[in-house]
Design a protein around this ligand. Structure first.
Ligand SMILES: Nc1ncnc2c1ncn2[C@@H]1O[C@H](COP(=O)(O)OP(=O)(O)O)[C@@H](O)[C@H]1O
Ligand SMILES: O=C(O)[C@H](O)[C@@H](O)[C@H](O)[C@H](O)COP(=O)(O)O
Length: 186
């Protein structure tokens, strides 16, 4: 008889400031692990995109509706990988209300490297001038927050491997407890 345990895939949030590689690493990680990737950029209300395009940083009130959309997607329970800057701890706390087992992979690097990466890419709406406000807003992961910090100076393939290894080494909630009514095999 099959084991009664059911396996759930924990969602992964690629977090960090603009240009840290959330979309690039997230897409690669999803391809390597057979998961769905969603870019949080695509879930911003149009007003947020217009504001950022005008070079104005978002406020908390701008971000809450966006974070709610992301939380709802995380809550589906299919192990989705989402790129979402998640700059403040309060934002991550909101996302954890939807997905308590979410793993936050913080992509971290120097301002110099971030500026270089931003200068080398084209983005639908995000100007490079918002980098400093993003860095000022970023609150690093607390020791009690589930996740890890990854160095963006590493090649994408290495980052993907490092995140997969870190997740594999930290999966206390990967195997869900038997649900009521499950038949337990001795
Ligand atoms: N680890 C990396 N090594 C080299 N280039 C990278 C790396 N990660 C991202 N990039 C490049 O840096 C730029 C910013 O990455 P992107 O994924 O758009 O960041 P974000 O989604 O966080 O804004 C892109 O041009 C991307 O190709
Ligand atoms: O909370 C925010 O201020 C935004 O979400 C921001 O953090 C995000 O970076 C933009 O959506 C641009 O997208 P990129 O991160 O892909 O540049």
């Amino acid at each position: 008889m099959d084991s009664a345990t059911s396996v759930t895939l924990q969602p992964i949030v690629l977090m960090g400031v603009s240009g840290s590689g959330k979309s690039t690493v997230g897409e690669s990680l999803a391809a390597a692990s057979g998961r769905i990737f969603i870019d949080g950029d695509d879930l911003h209300p149009a007003a947020n995109k217009e504001k950022m395009a005008a070079g104005i940083p978002l406020t908390d009130d701008d971000r809450w509706p966006w974070l709610l959309r992301i939380g709802e997607r995380l809550a589906v329970g299919d192990g989705v990988i989402i790129a979402c800057s998640s700059l403040k701890r309060t934002y991550r706390e909101l996302l954890r209300e939807y997905a308590p087992d979410a793993y936050f992979a913080l992509l971290s690097g120097t301002r110099e490297l971030l500026a270089e990466r931003l200068a080398g890419r084209h983005h639908e709406y995000m100007p490079t001038t918002l980098l400093d406000s993003q860095l000022a807003t970023l609150e690093p992961l607390g020791a009690d927050e589930r996740g890890g910090v990854f160095d963006i100076a590493r090649p994408v393939g290495e980052l993907v491997a490092e995140i997969r290894d870190a997740l594999a080494a930290d999966q206390p909630v990967d195997i869900a407890a038997p649900a009521p009514g499950d038949i337990i095999c001795e």
